[in-house]
Design a protein around this ligand. Sequence first.
Ligand SMILES: Nc1nc2c(c(=O)[nH]1)N[C@H]1C(S)=C(S)[C@@H](COP(=O)(O)O)O[C@H]1N2
Ligand SMILES: [Mo]
Length: 424
Amino acid sequence: MKKALAGLRKGYGKKLVSIHMWNAWLVLILAVSGLMLVGGFWRELLGEGRVWLKWAHIAFGLVLLVPVLYYLLLAAKHWKRLYGKNSQKANVVFVMAMLTGWIVSGIVLWQFRLAGPRAANAALFVHDLLTWVGLPVMIYHSITRVKWLKEPKKRSIVPEMAPEGEPLNYGVKQKPAAVNGPQPVYTRRGFIKVAVGAGLAITLGPTFVRWIGKSLQLPGAAEYAASNANALIPDPVPLADSAPPIGGGAEGSFRVYTVTDIPSFDNSNWSFTIDGLVDKKFTWNWDEFVKLQREVQVSDFHCVTGWSVYKNTWEGLPLAKLLDMAGVQEQAVTVKFYSGDGVYTDSLILDQARMKDVMVAVLHDGKPIPNQLGGPVRLVTPQMYAYKSVKWLNRIELISEDHVGYWEQRGYDKDAWLPSAKRV
Ligand SMILES: Nc1nc2c(c(=O)[nH]1)N[C@H]1C(S)=C(S)[C@@H](COP(=O)(O)O)O[C@H]1N2
Ligand SMILES: [Mo]
């Protein structure tokens, strides 16, 4: 133990440098992979690769624990060296707080099943917020530090801080940082720092503010309704329980997810079919479909990536009723759902499909579901994660074999049950 500690002390300065370097590389990798994971553009382009990228992001996030914990071993000593350097102390505290927040919220998101949707929701918010705050700060930090490499006096992490008179490294000859004394306020370094900061603020500031605004305040129902590109006539007339919605109005915002371009529909290109292993096949056009008897339910909606929308008042056709209308044949095992986007599918086994709250939804909080959110008709599966909730649903097929849905083919768990669900 003593020996190990002595070893720690010996190469102390060099160790700080290498911790810093490892940390920088890991944060860069995590930033790039993380931004690719949230970007809609990449979401579409990556397809299957997205699941691998997510696992890589989690793995690198866990590796980030190594430099953080290693630093904590050396922290007491580094802290003494920073005596009197309050801005550098603040910097260390800031970076450690960021890294800890990222790691803790990342672990909650990784273990979302154990954590449950509320904790996952909070973790996603923290993870995103730290990214919006932390990334610009770190970019700024790297840019200014690159300039400083030629004038390393100000760096707190330099090899020459090694005690016991170790030779100075990296070809940098100078006195120990601690005896540098106070720096004049108007130094060239100070100027560069302010200039880079101002430049970044002016060029990136507006985009950054808009980005935060957009991210913290996702579009609400009114915005989606205003840009709804569906043109199906007539509008379905809501039941009394829908308007005003008995749920009191949904809490939270949907993030628009799609694996294709967002489709839109009108009366000429929309129809709804139930076929396969049924006694009676149906194909309804919109006029016929809106005349079918609907029901109302209030339920929460949880995406497996951590966000939720609570108290949605959905109005639509209980799937069990549609199945009864069509008459499910004995050989049928699986209900397969097709999206009008031509790509996305998913499935439920019959017992799951017959659960009371599985709904072919037409209205949300008393309004037609806009095309961005899967309207005119989407599936709702409140007991399961929302990748089961097929958007632009236009065909239900009864089949005798298994069907592995779009995201399940790409690594999502076949078991989509929420932790709270009463499994059937
Ligand atoms: N056709 C289709 N349906 C889909 C998806 C999709 O990409 N395409 N994404 C699923 C996922 S992962 C979620 S969380 C919800 C998101 O619904 P929203 O885009 O209305 O918020 O839709 C589900 N249904
Ligand atoms: Mo999702």
